[in-house]
Design a protein around this ligand. Structure first.
Ligand SMILES: C[S@@+](CC[C@H](N)C(=O)[O-])C[C@H]1O[C@@H](n2cnc3c(N)ncnc32)[C@H](O)[C@@H]1O
Length: 470
């Protein structure tokens, strides 16, 4: 093992004879053994309290609930080495693309989906191509364009513009937007848009302390001095450095050719509940699925969509994905309503029974919440209904003997603990899979740590590894 605790592929492959592809049962055993070995050597290994957040352009954009790159990478490495014939992977809730960039380092063809255009933009930028030389060359032209711009046109138009931005900030953001649009290369423009998104996060009147939109007090807005152009320039330098480091890492692993990834990257703005994109709509396509799903509906858990609403008002959506359009921004909560459990409705007894047959433990939880608060029970049902559909779609898209890695945490509704780990396991097993390993993670929530007692500081997550058997 090297100093950061990753497995050396050469040492892992000694587990089987050269050229021998392990049977599925052998591969399961290797995975369990490697996980146990790492855990014994360092019981903090999956918690990664000291992980390097800057790895894989991770610091590039602070997307909510990002996974830890090194943890994902360790697990992907273990599975790829144990199974021997993994060529592709999917993240059906890719967020900012952390698992996919870890998969790229292993040379896998990477497929990802998310319903949030900002997640797709960040993931597309993190997965390349990486034109940092060209970006470096054009930096001067970009900054000059911004500095010399005397145009007074406002480049965003939505209700609440002047609630969320001061006139001075609006004017500067408009100059940056025009300079970005003047760039002819779409890949480079995407990189610029991500930097703009982070600039908007830091210069709007929204508080950065919550993911929900929540304006700063008027007195604070009146006295706050921020310059988006200064923030953009500063963040530009850091992001370019991150991009270069990330590209070099891939280059050193022989994964790049002329700045582009040698494998396939296929990222889509799409709900995994609706469809999982594969080449030629093929069933039984993926060797590996690595994801961290939402823990409940976005509106009541993490409002990824609200968090993205202001940046997306300024970004050219056509640069993100052909499916992106203004309907995603119809209201501040529109994107969140596209997410799992985003549409609440009355479920028929038959619909609920399908879920309860797959997870009898959900039935118990549902009735307990229903007795306390029927409305919230409906929300919980809506979330599990959607995740069940998604799990079915994913299962169909997986190859037999393909592995799935789910990082899942629990939550509380109406005072009742919802064991997502147990219920999602039930759902996945009900499709024809076996659970081969559970890894527990303990994460220190630094944001809460400042405000709460020790007991509230820890969040617990399970990393669940499944194999499809039928
Ligand atoms: C926990 S985050 C993923 C974090 C990601 N692994 C990372 O490291 O950045 C969950 C993601 O699921 C997305 N999501 C919610 N419902 C979805 C759906 N039906 N289809 C695809 N993505 C969805 C959210 O927009 C969010 O980006």
């Amino acid at each position: 093992m090297n100093s950061i605790g990753t497995i050396n592929p050469a040492s892992a492959s000694t587990t089987t004879e050269a050229g021998h592809v392990p049977t599925p049962v052998e591969a399961d055993a290797i995975i369990c053994r490697e996980v146990d070995l790492l855990t014994r050597e360092n019981h903090q290994i999956w918690n990664s309290p000291d992980h390097d957040r800057s790895q894989y352009v991770h610091s590039f954009f602070q997307y909510p609930a990002m996974m830890v790159p090194i943890v994902q990478k360790r697990i992907i490495e273990i599975i790829v080495n144990a199974k021997g014939d993994v060529t592709n992977m999917l993240d059906s809730f890719m967020g900012s693309g952390t698992s996919l960039v870890a998969g790229m380092e292993m040379g896998l063809n990477c497929y990802g989906q998310d319903i949030n255009p900002l997640a797709v933009l960040v993931s597309k930028t993190r997965t390349g191509p990486f034109y940092f030389g060209a970006i470096e060359e054009r930096r001067h032209a970009l900054f000059s364009h911004i500095e010399q711009d005397n145009d007074e046109t406002i480049e965003a138009n939505f209700k609440g513009l002047y609630k969320w931005f001061t006139p001075a900030v609006v004017a500067e953001l408009s100059k940056i937007v025009r300079a970005i649009k003047a760039e002819s290369n779409q890949t480079i423009r995407r990189f610029y848009w991500v930097i703009l998104a982070e600039t908007i996060r830091l210069t709007s009147n929204d508080r950065t302390s919550t993911f929900k939109l929540h304006a700063r007090p008027l007195t604070e807005i009146a006295t706050r001095i921020v310059s988006p152009i200064d923030v953009f320039k500063k963040h530009f330098a850091n992001s370019l450095e991150d991009l270069r480091e990330h590209a070099l890492q891939l280059q050193n692993a022989d994964r790049l050719l002329k700045g582009a990834y040698i494998g396939k990257i296929n990222l889509n703005l799409l709900s995994s509940k609706e469809q999982i994109v594969t080449t030629n709509d093929q069933e039984g396509f993926f060797d590996l699925h690595v994801t961290s799903p939402p823990y409940g509906d976005n509106k009541t858990t993490v409002t990824y969509g609200q968090f993205s609403y202001l940046p997306l008002q300024w970004i050219d959506l056509q640069d993100i994905d052909e499916r992106a359009n203004k309907t995603f921004l119809a209201t501040t909560s529109q994107i969140d309503s596209f997410g799992l459990g985003g549409i609440i409705r009355q479920f028929t007894i038959d619909e609920l029974q399908v879920l309860f047959d797959a997870s009898p433990r959900l039935e118990v939880i549902y009735h307990r919440i229903h007795a306390i608060d029927p409305k919230r029970a409906r929300k919980v049902a809506a979330f599990f209904y959607d995740i069940y559909q998604t799990i079915q779609n994913i299962h169909r898209a997986m190859k037999v003997n393909g592995y799935q890695v789910w990082t899942v945490g629990n939550r509380t509704v109406a005072g009742v603990n919802i064991p997502n780990n147990v219920i999602m396991t039930d759902f996945i097993l009900s499709q024809g899979a076996i659970l081969i390993k559970t890894i527990n993670r303990e994460i220190l929530n630094r944001r809460m740590a400042r405000r709460n007692s020790q007991a509230a500081l820890m969040t617990f997550e399970d990393i669940l590894i499944f194999r499809k058997i039928g």
